[in-house]
Design a protein around this ligand. Sequence first.
Ligand code: CAA
Length: 257
Amino acid sequence: MQWDTILLEKRNGVGLITLNRPKSLNALNTQLISEMNQALDQLETDPEIGCIVLTGSEKAFAAGADIKEMVELSFPNIYFDDFFTLADRIAQRRKPLIAAVSGYALGGGCELALMCDFIYCAENAKFALPEVTLGVLPGIGGTQRLTLAVGKAKAMEMCLTARQMGAQEAEKSGLVARVFSQQELLEQTLQAAEKIAEKSLISVMMIKESINRAFEVSLAEGLRFERRTFHSVFATLDQKEGMRAFIEKRPAKFTNR
Ligand code: CAA
């Protein structure tokens, strides 16, 4: 398949999608979002793939939704098209997604990173939701997911003032899981992704689903969901293999069955 706006590679059970519109700092236009979803469709149905990494360039993970594409849109256009619905599909993926963020993650770029299961970033990363400066507001989940990640005070301040948050503050605030040097970022992210891809995809997907429940339902419901999911994993061969391998002091060989 020929891609114009992304690059797609596979390595040791990991799918790597690199946003590739360097002239516009990886601004998310309709084509890029569509290609990203097609690539994700491929990776989700590929039995060899157990984890997916999204990354951009050194200068920009993504500088936002494409302002040049949006400027002349009208309310009826975007309302009837349900603009950005395609982007929501990224958050609905079932395999784990890691964002490796270097440079700008602004507006839709920050929201894309927030749609991933966790974020690793480089020391030069800058996160912001600057839509207020354009006379609009975040439209791909930023007001919700940033608030869940860093709490109301910082989310309000960032969305209302457009302030950029650097890597250290992002780590301290719970927005990113870890910070690496520029040189190490991608390699460290791929290593973490490979570690995930070695595990039973069944338990990995169940963990993702269960943690995401914490944002949707009450604690009692979330605990019930986790417990039932835990019970069901005993119907898999991977549970037997994982536990037997521990007892037999050897690495587990998971088959996703
Ligand atoms: N959309 C379209 N084009 C963009 C873009 C965007 N979001 N961000 C950057 N570009 C383009 C610039 O227009 C420029 O193109 P030309 O060479 O044709 O002029 C090119 O990328 C390089 O950008 P700059 O010359 O501005 O580079 P810089 O290093 O001086 O500044 C920057 C970098 C601070 C990231 C600056 O480009 C910038 O502020 N970009 C816009 C950030 C923004 O407002 N993002 C939010 C978008 S709205 C949104 O995302 C809505 C939503 O919730 C989904």
